[in-house]
Ligand binder design. Sequence first.
Ligand SMILES: NC(=O)c1ccc[n+]([C@@H]2O[C@H](COP(=O)([O-])OP(=O)(O)OC[C@H]3O[C@@H](n4cnc5c(N)ncnc54)[C@H](OP(=O)(O)O)[C@@H]3O)[C@@H](O)[C@H]2O)c1
Length: 244
Amino acid sequence: MAGAVCSDSNPFIGKELREVGIQGSGVVLRGASEIEKAVADSDVVLFVSKPDADMTNIPKVVALRKRVAVGTTGFTQSQTEWLNSLLKNVPSIVASNFSVGANMLFQITRLLSRFNNLYDYSVVEEHHKLKSDAPSGTAKTMLEILNSSSAFPVTVTDRTAKPRRAAGEIEIVSLRGGGTPGIHQLILSGEYDRLKIEHLAFSRAASASGALLACKWIVTKDQPGIYSMQDVLGLTRSDEKQPY
Ligand SMILES: NC(=O)c1ccc[n+]([C@@H]2O[C@H](COP(=O)([O-])OP(=O)(O)OC[C@H]3O[C@@H](n4cnc5c(N)ncnc54)[C@H](OP(=O)(O)O)[C@@H]3O)[C@@H](O)[C@H]2O)c1
């Protein structure tokens, strides 16, 4: 690791990461206003932060022509469009979930997306009580996948005013509690049977290890553009051996 950045008000600024128990590294933690110095020796810069912070920090890093990996979720539609217009100028990866298992879930979701005439689809996600966005970025990616190949014109997040399920609905439920690192379920409920596929992260290491894979992969790319974890994992190339 070549550098690390936090908010400018963080009391640990100036300390080495090993002093704050993050990693056995002598990298000194800097405030965001020093991001250019923090990333000077880096090959790729990973953002897992807050949307407003990334809106300020990512342009500075792209201006330095650094490769970028973005895992932050909760951007508005207009923020996403603006960021994409920047990120396409450098080799970059955007992933609502870096974990390998969650990306397998995305692939299975794609495979199962075409049975909406036979089954009612629900997405259930559960996270720790301090998560700042809902539904999770991962659940939104699942919805995007389902909506790209099937017809779900109505998304229902609350049944209070609409207790009965109508045709064309997709249901999405968010639970928040304790320290749950992340659970995502795709549920297909039919007349006679039900299928439930679940991804459960044991800890944040699930995302962290996938983020490392993404960073190692993107440093091998010279072509500017926005790549995905599906590219990293070889899931977009059905004819090739999986690289991991
Ligand atoms: N893609 C994935 O696989 C994945 C996995 C996990 C989380 N996420 C997403 O990543 C984001 C962070 O999640 P989290 O649970 O770690 O949230 P969190 O605990 O609230 O952490 C937010 C981090 O952002 C830092 N930050 C705040 N302002 C900043 C600034 N101006 N410049 C630089 N850093 C700043 C905070 O530093 P201070 O402590 O100094 O404020 C803190 O380290 C969320 O959007 C979450 O959904 C994605």
